[in-house]
Design a protein around this ligand. Structure first.
Ligand SMILES: Nc1nc2c(ncn2[C@@H]2O[C@H](COP(=O)(O)OP(=O)(O)OP(=O)(O)O)[C@@H](O)[C@H]2O)c(=O)[nH]1
Ligand SMILES: [Mg+2]
Length: 273
């Protein structure tokens, strides 16, 4: 692959200077709380899938607007890139969430589409499962894997974040650590009440437990009815927000709200016309 050309194209799309080519194919999101092992899992999964498949990874960086964000430096190194044979069929790109606020999910959507239009077999989106923008990034994918792990707090983190409804598969990572089995059991019990519970698997990105099973499932994972609905909800909300924000009168209507007392329902009506 011509990485320089691809990087240029993706930057232009990210900056709104050109539009993405339209491609279809599998997009899988890997989401979950910070530090749960998403990147390490992706690294191990890439060992299994490449070089047979050409895989693009879009890592949405949870940059905080307060610190100005550069968590990039903290990212794990993808060890799989040390294997030249595999690295040749992998393209990894970070997308900083601060660059343009609410439209990150649209950018992720466009970049994924562009990769699929350019001979990629699979796009993996890594996103932290916290906050609305990140949920919408995950909803860009047609399959969502929610990663959990031994609890650092009192309750299951993904459950708190409302992530479980989006999950087509739940992976309890760090199975080499104490507490992972407890989380697995708790999740199994709590999801048994669901009409179509997602499969739950245990992995360790350190000792390799369960990795090949997850890698095998990635391309054949079935969507759950409830996750289709949850994703559709996020997509619909995103489309609506995009529609409003891209209205050429958006800024002037904001002015009229703040300076002339235009009411919100009236503003919405104008923006939706
Ligand atoms: N014991 C153990 N540690 C793990 C496992 N997977 C990841 N880790 C460690 O957990 C830490 C975070 O791993 P990452 O892969 O960077 O986690 P992440 O979810 O991508 O983190 P963010 O991108 O910052 O949200 C690292 O120190 C890893 O070595 C695992 O299966 N077992
Ligand atoms: Mg990560």
């Amino acid at each position: 692959m011509d990485r320089i050309k691809l990087s240029r194209q993706l930057s232009a799309i990210e900056n709104g200077e050109s539009s993405a080519e339209y491609g279809e194919g599998p997009i899988v999101a890997i989401t979950g709380p910070p530090g749960i092992g998403k990147s390490c899992l992706i690294d191990k999964i890439l060992y299994e899938l490449t070089p047979e498949l050409v895989v693009g990874v879009l890592a949405v960086d949870p940059t905080s607007p307060v610190s100005g964000g550069a968590l990039l430096g903290d990212r794990i190194r993808f060890n799989v890139l040390d294997d030249a044979n595999k690295a040749e069929s992998i393209y990894i790109r970070s997308i900083a969430t601060r660059s343009s606020g609410g439209s990150i999910p649209s950018i992720v959507n466009d970049l994924a589409s562009h990769l699929l239009a350019n001979d990629f077999d699979l796009v993996i989106i890594e996103t932290v499962g916290a906050g609305q923008s990140e949920m919408r990034c995950a909803a860009v994918a047609d399959r969502i894997i929610v990663v959990e792990g031994p609890a650092r707090g009192d309750s299951i983190q993904a459950e708190k974040a409302g992530l479980l409804e989006l999950a087509d598969l739940i992976v309890v990572n760090k199975s080499d650590l104490e507490g992972s089995e407890k989380v697995f059991n708790e999740l199994t019990i709590s999801l048994s009440l669901s009409p179509d519970p997602p499969r739950i698997m245990r992995t360790s990105a350190i000792d390799g437990t369960g990795i090949s099973d997850v890698a095998k499932l990635i391309l054949t994972l079935e969507q759950r009815a409830s996750s289709i609905r949850a994703k559709s909800r996020q997509k619909l909300l995103m489309a609506h927000e995009n529609k409003i924000v891209s209205n050429p009168n958006f800024e002037s209507i904001l002015d009229r709200i703040s300076q002339e007392g235009l009411s919100i329902p009236e503003a919405l009506r104008e923006l939706n016309d």
